[in-house]
Design a protein around this ligand. Sequence first.
Ligand SMILES: Cc1cc2nc3c(=O)[nH]c(=O)nc-3n(C[C@H](O)[C@H](O)[C@H](O)COP(=O)(O)O)c2cc1C
Length: 194
Amino acid sequence: MGSGDPGTTGPGIFGIRLLEVLKTHRPDIERHLILSTWAEATIKHETNYTTQAVRDLSTTTHSPKNMASALVSGSFLTDGMVVVPCSMKTLAAIRHGLGDNLLARAANVTIKERRRLILVTRESPLSAIHLENMLELARLGITIFPPVPAFYARPHTLSEAVDYTVVRILDQLGVHIPWTVRWGEPRIQPPDLS
Ligand SMILES: Cc1cc2nc3c(=O)[nH]c(=O)nc-3n(C[C@H](O)[C@H](O)[C@H](O)COP(=O)(O)O)c2cc1C
């Protein structure tokens, strides 16, 4: 399923497209996926993907309940971690070091090992609690990345806007995808990230 389908436009689509773009453009990079219970629910509510189709985009899927996964240990080497989308509950858990499931534990491992962590937060408006949690994490060097559309790229479709955000998230991980609408570069044609 491609990104052009307007039925695939919930915030979960950012994570799905990130996996698709990585799989297509950087298949050499392992993609370890943790789908929380509520991620599975929102995929069903907000996209046309099945959870199995999303799992199939990863190289390894880890249950959020599996606290014996390789991802619980800093000795398992990773380049970084993206939580996309990141609920306010998971944001709070990460901020307080509450490793009550594999996702929160893996994020805290990423922080203690001083690896890249990008949180693509989903909430609006933001309360003082949310902002305090984000501020604390930003001070530790974590990237807080609300998926705000880049209108200067003049996206023709919602899918283009989603893909632009995905490319910018990957930039934060140090993975640079060729992209024709980077600021300062002439827009030659609509980008093809399929
Ligand atoms: C359709 C749907 C949309 C939701 N949207 C949000 C949201 O935008 N932000 C948020 O913090 N929680 C949202 N929630 C609530 C989270 O799913 C809930 O806080 C859950 O415990 C998050 O768990 P997780 O971070 O482990 O996935 C939503 C729930 C549903 C069912």
